[in-house]
Design a protein around this ligand. Structure first.
Ligand SMILES: NC(=O)c1ccc[n+]([C@@H]2O[C@H](COP(=O)([O-])OP(=O)(O)OC[C@H]3O[C@@H](n4cnc5c(N)ncnc54)[C@H](O)[C@@H]3O)[C@@H](O)[C@H]2O)c1
Ligand SMILES: [Zn+2]
Length: 672
């Protein structure tokens, strides 16, 4: 027993030190998943021993409030939320709540509580806010603090444009609770030019709101969503839906998802599909909150020391982890670009073991403060099926070994050149990974589609038959191939037949196969549609190219210098001489039902930077989509550009899929 007491004391101390870093300093030093492990261990020990030490963090909310802010005593307490890690835990919560409801009803059979119904909302991951309005005017805003007293941050909160400084409800004092957040698109934009990039939207929002200088808060362009009227002098809402309606009518942003269910089974049945939507929102969410709808039932159920018994957070699996950076290697791509790849101590994120992370480029290492990070603790993130990314160092100290960028190519030894944030090997003639990469890309499915060709084929042909350029492929003979290991009669014939077949190709695939730097599938299609002839394109000027809709200056320069390169000109000539005949399709594009837009009803709103709305509409129609002007239940997708207005809001209200990330849109078009 004394042993477990000591362990519990140590755990409590450890948890408090993390609480302080997280709640007070906005600088957590471990991931939420690791924190939750510590916390859950403490809860389990308290249960096993039946002892809860008086200072246990399981009995209280948050941490001490920071000096420098005026304390604000909340008119009505703020709580934390009990959490369920899976559906079983959700059912345990439900069973407990319904038991209490049944007990109450047994004793009050004249006036029983209504059958349970549930509301589901997004669980915003930001900083809890409590706003005080006095006769319609915003007079105070504060953090949750320890739930009873928070820090007054009115000046900071006033920088949030979406928070009304006056509301139509003027009948007395009212406090509303919500979450201050930083939109993910805003974070991304901020990080593009930031001297010190922000690692995570939650800490970015919390740090900005608890910054003593409101100008700093202002520069982060925060946003806020509200979900609870905590205190009112005279209002009473029959249920949560009515409360949300009141918030909406008083111009507060509310969860784009407020869904009501008659049974817990029905609610549980929706969890997976909402979880799958997690990445479609432009803000961080770390779960789904399930609340009992009826107000009177809530009052009967009441609160523990820490959370309401009438609500629970169904938490998503964490996507961030902390691990050790072991080494960085430098890989040469087909365009000569050198990419640093980080090897980390294997760590589990959302059920997948991560060992390698990308670092984008040398500039990134500097910007993320990772210059001296070898051997130290780093944050990594894996979201969706994106390649895991290294976000930054856990501590500010330069306690690790230096990551030294190479001066010469790790493969061919040529001196590297820095262009922008990237290092390049300019040796296109002899640098092996570049040649192999170029040939593999040329043969790939979206390019010349040479069946059964893989990187292994490219390596073998390079090593044994000196194939260094895509054009060399068309010089291969049966006699050459049959000599090779693993190449039987059939395989040799198949490859030759595939090569022969590939000679009849469409222009856009051919252009893509050439591997022009900075130019993807969408762009090569645009080029092919516009020029319809290879030689016309080869003669194009940068001015001409930038006039096309999704081509910017950098891309135009890439294209022009690619076609002016004598090496590429020679390669193209040889391809044409070998009989490769790229043609531009005159006939309307054959619709491929296998694209993400086929058969979908789509609404376009706001301004897109990649192309005009009309043009985008035509493009989508060509892919088999139906474009309409207004959002309804029948809409499948809303594509929202800059300053999208009510159509976007309506889409979010209806839970319709929104694409507001142009990069994602381009990728989807690339797949189409
Ligand atoms: N990494 C660390 O060092 C560290 C330290 C302390 C806490 N934490 C993390 O903080 C969390 C625990 O903190 P907590 O007690 O603040 O709980 P919580 O943040 O998990 O949940 C409670 C909060 O959810 C918010 N919320 C968001 N959307 C809501 C909605 N629609 N309805 C109601 N409430 C909503 C409320 O502000 C409420 O205060 C855990 O996830 C833990 O991992 C991490
Ligand atoms: Zn090289």
């Amino acid at each position: 027993m004394t042993d477990s007491m000591e362990t519990m004391k140590a755990l409590i101390e450890e948890i408090y030190s993390h609480n302080h870093l997280y709640y007070t300093m906005d600088q957590p030093s471990i991931s939420d998943a690791d924190y939750d492990l510590l916390y859950d261990r403490l809860v389990a020990m308290e249960k096993a021993t039946g002892i809860t030490l008086p200072n246990s963090p399981t009995q209280r909310v948050g941490d001490q409030i920071l000096k420098g802010f005026d304390p604000h005593r909340h008119k009505s307490r703020l709580w934390s939320l009990d959490k369920a890690q899976n559906k079983d835990e959700l059912m345990i919560w439900y069973t407990r709540a319904s038991k209490l409801v049944n007990e109450y009803n047994d004793q009050n059979d004249e006036d029983p509580l209504p059958p349970l119904s549930f509301v589901m909302e997004l669980k915003f991951d930001g900083l809890t806010l409590n706003l005080t309005y006095d006769h319609g005017e915003l007079v105070q805003a504060s953090t949750r603090g320890n739930g009873v007293i928070g820090e007054g941050i009115l000046a900071q909160v006033k920088t949030i444009r979406s928070i009304p400084s006056e509301i139509p409800y003027r009948d007395g004092i009212i406090e509303v609770q919500g979450e201050g957040i930083m939109n993910l698109s805003v974070l991304e934009e901020y990080n593009k030019t930031a001297i010190e990039p922000l690692k995570n939207a939650r800490n970015a929002a919390a740090g900005a709101l608890r910054n003593l200088n409101p100008k700093v808060t202002d520069s982060r362009k925060l946003n806020a969503y509200f979900y609870q009227v905590g205190y009112t002098d005279g209002l009473r809402f029959e249920n949560h839906e009515a409360m949300v309606e009141f918030l909406r009518n008083n111009r507060f942003k509310v969860s784009p998802l407020v869904q009501v269910f008659d049974s817990i089974e029905a609610a549980a049945g929706e969890l997976d599909s909402i979880t799958a939507m997690r990445h479609t929102y432009d803000f961080l969410i770390d779960g789904i909150v399930i609340k009992i709808n009826d107000t009177r039932t809530r009052e009967v159920l009441g609160y523990t020391d820490k959370f309401p018994r009438w609500a629970i957070a169904y938490k998503f699996e964490a996507e961030e982890a902390i691990t050790t950076l072991l080494s960085v290697s430098w890989e040469v791509g087909r365009t000569g670009k050198i990419t640093p790849v980080a090897k980390v101590e294997p760590v589990d994120i959302a059920g997948v073991t991560v060992q390698n992370c990308t670092l984008n480029n040398v500039g990134d290492i500097e910007r993320k403060g990772l210059k001296h990070a070898l051997g130290s603790q780093v944050f990594i993130r894996r979201s969706n099926d994106v390649i895991p990314e290294l976000l930054g160092k856990v501590t500010e100290e330069m306690d690790g070994e230096e990551i030294v960028a190479p001066v010469s190519c790790p493969s061919c030894g040529s001196v590297l050149e820095l262009k922008g944030a990237h290092l390049f090997c300019l040796n296109r003639v002899e640098c092996r990974p570049q040649l192999i990469g170029r040939i593999t890309h040329f043969a790939s499915r979206d390019a010349m589609d040479i069946e059964t060709f893989s990187i292994m084929t490219a390596e073998q042909l390079y090593a044994e038959l000196n194939v260094k350029d895509p054009a060399d492929l068309y010089d291969l003979t049966f006699e050459d191939l049959i000599k090779l290991e693993r190449f039987g009669d059939k395989k040799a014939k198949n490859l030759l037949a595939s090569l022969e077949k590939s000679k009849q190709c469409d222009l856009s695939s051919f252009l893509y196969a050439l591997g022009i730097p900075n130019t993807g599938k969408t762009t090569t299609r645009v080029l092919a549609d516009h020029y319809r002839d290879l030689h016309k394109l080869m003669a194009a000027t940068p001015e001409e190219l930038v006039a096309l809709y999704d081509i910017g200056g950098i891309m135009a320069d890439s294209i022009v210098s690619f076609f002016r390169d004598p090496l590429m000109q020679r390669s193209i000539d040889r391809l044409l001489q070998a009989g490769v005949t790229p043609v531009s399709e005159e006939a309307p594009v054959i619709m491929n039902a296998d694209n993400p837009f086929f058969g979908k009803t789509i609404v376009l709103t706001g301004t897109l930077s990649i192309m005009g709305r009309d043009e985008m509409g035509k493009k989508l129609e060509a892919l088999g989509a139906k474009i309409t002007g207004s959002v309804s239940k029948k809409t499948d997708i809303v594509i929202a550009g800059e300053s999208a207005g009510s159509k976007l809001t309506k889409a979010q209200d209806l839970g319709i899929r929104v694409i507001d990330n142009e990069q994602e849109l381009l990728e989807m078009l690339g797949e189409a």
